[in-house]
Design a protein. Structure first.
Length: 365
C-alpha cells in the first residue's frame, strides 16, 4: 500500500509540475472571498462576494483606474429592506452580455424572497430590467446558481443546484427564461444530467458535509456555458463525473417530457464548479478539489489539468475578458465557518486569478 501511495504521489507531483507551461497569476487581492466574475462595459471587474460567507455587500466592482473597490451597482442595491425586493439579497451567479449589461442572479434565500435576475446597464449606470423566477420554475429547494445568456434568441438558461432549504441535489434542473415574455419554464428536473451523483466532495482528505451534519453535500446542475454559435449548451452537476450537452433547438422546441432524450454525454470530468468555453469549443472547468483548472479538448473530448496554484482554493466562477484572459475566483469555501463548527479558517489575502486560454474565449460565457 505504501508503494502504491508513493507512486500515486509521484504521478500527481509530475502532473502538476508540468503545469508550469500554462501560467496562472494572482491578478488582484480582494477584500472578501469571491464567487463569480463578470465585467462592465469598460472591462472593469464586477464580482459576487460568496454568499456562504454572509457578505454585507453582495456584489462589488473594482475601479481599475482608481484602484478602488465599491458596491455594485451601488450601496442601496446592497442593502436589504422591508418595503420591497428592490435589493440584492443572495447573489452568486453573475454574467455580462455584449451590450455592457451586468446580470446578477439573486437566489433570494437569505430573506425568502422570489428569485430574480437583475440586469444593470453599466454604460449608463441604470437598471435595465428585472426578471422574476417564481414557482413552479423555482421550487422550495432551489439554489439558482450559474446561468448563460443566448443573445441571439433572447433566452437565458439557469442551472438549479437544488441545495437550498435542505435540498440534496436530486431535483437539479435547468430553468429557461424567455426575455421577450418573462416566462420561465423548469425542465430536466431530476434527470441524470442535472441531478447530483453520489460521489462526495473531498478537499484535503476531508469530505465536505452539509453544515451541522455528517451528510455529504450533493450539488446538482451548476456549471453551464454555450458555444460561440449558440448551438450547443454544455452543463454539469457539481457532484458529477460527466459534462453533458444538448442542442439549444432541442432544449427550446421539444416537449418538456421529451427533452431528456436529446441530452448527450459529452466528456468525463472531476467534481467542478464553474464552466467556460473558448472559440474552438474547448471547455474550462474549475476543479474545486484540486486547486486547479481543468480543460476538455474539443477534438478528443478528454479532460486534463490545464493550470494549478496552491492558493487557488475552491476555484468557482470563471469568465473570459476582452483583454484575452480568463478570470477565476478562489473562494476558500471548505474553510468557511459554516463547515468548521463556526470557526472561520480562511486566510487573507483573498485573490482573483487569471490565465490565458488556448485561444480567445467567448464573452459572457
Amino acid at each position: 500500500m505504501r508503494k502504491i501511495l508513493l507512486i500515486n504521489f509521484c504521478v500527481l507531483f509530475l502532473s502538476f509540475s508540468l503545469l508550469a507551461q500554462v501560467k496562472i497569476e494572482k491578478y488582484l487581492k480582494v477584500p472578501f472571498p469571491v464567487g463569480n466574475i463578470s465585467f462592465k462595459a469598460n472591462n472593469d471587474l464586477v464580482f459576487s462576494n460568496h454568499p456562504f460567507f454572509s457578505p454585507k455587500i453582495r456584489v462589488m466592482t473594482y475601479d481599475s483606474s482608481k484602484k478602488l473597490f465599491k458596491a455594485f451597482p451601488n450601496m442601496k442595491w446592497n442593502t436589504r429592506n422591508q418595503k420591497d425586493d428592490m435589493y440584492l439579497d443572495d447573489v452568486l451567479g453573475i454574467r455580462n452580455d455584449s451590450n455592457g449589461v451586468v446580470w446578477m442572479l439573486d437566489m433570494g434565500l437569505k430573506s425568502n424572497i422570489t428569485p430574480k435576475l437583475v440586469a444593470w446597464d453599466s454604460k449608463n449606470n441604470k437598471l435595465k430590467r428585472i426578471y422574476y423566477i417564481p414557482k413552479p420554475a423555482s421550487i422550495k429547494t432551489s439554489q439558482l446558481n450559474d446561468f448563460v445568456i443566448d443573445e441571439s434568441r433572447n433566452i437565458i438558461i439557469i442551472a438549479d443546484e437544488d441545495i437550498g432549504n435542505g435540498g440534496d441535489g436530486s431535483k437539479g434542473a435547468l430553468v429557461i427564461l424567455d426575455m421577450n415574455t418573462g416566462i420561465c419554464k423548469r425542465v430536466l428536473e431530476g434527470h441524470y444530467s442535472t441531478r447530483a451523483e453520489k460521489n462526495s466532495i473531498v478537499v484535503n482528505n476531508k469530505i465536505l458535509n452539509v453544515p451541522g451534519t455528517n451528510k455529504p453535500i450533493r450539488v446538482g446542475a451548476d456549471g453551464i456555458t454555450l458555444d460561440k454559435d449558440n448551438i450547443w449548451l454544455y452543463y454539469a452537476p457539481l457532484n458529477g463525473s460527466k459534462v453533458y450537452r444538448i442542442k439549444m433547438n432541442d432544449l427550446l422546441r421539444r416537449e418538456s417530457s421529451e427533452i431528456g432524450k436529446y441530452v448527450q454525454k459529452y466528456s468525463n470530468k472531476n467534481n467542478n464548479g464553474g464552466l467556460s468555453i473558448d472559440m474552438n469549443n474547448n471547455l474550462y472547468l474549475t476543479y474545486i478539489e484540486t486547486n486547479s483548472i481543468g480543460i476538455i479538448d474539443s477534438k478528443t473530448k478528454t479532460s486534463s489539468i490545464y493550470t494549478y496554484d496552491i492558493d487557488l482554493s475552491w476555484p468557482d466562477g470563471v469568465s473570459y475578458s476582452e483583454d484575452g484572459y480568463m478570470y477565476v475566483s478562489a473562494a476558500q469555501l471548505p474553510k468557511a465557518s459554516v463547515f468548521n463548527k463556526g470557526k472561520d479558517l480562511t486566510s487573507k489575502p483573498y485573490y482573483i486569478f487569471r490565465f490565458k486560454p488556448i485561444v480567445k474565449g467567448v464573452r459572457g460565457r
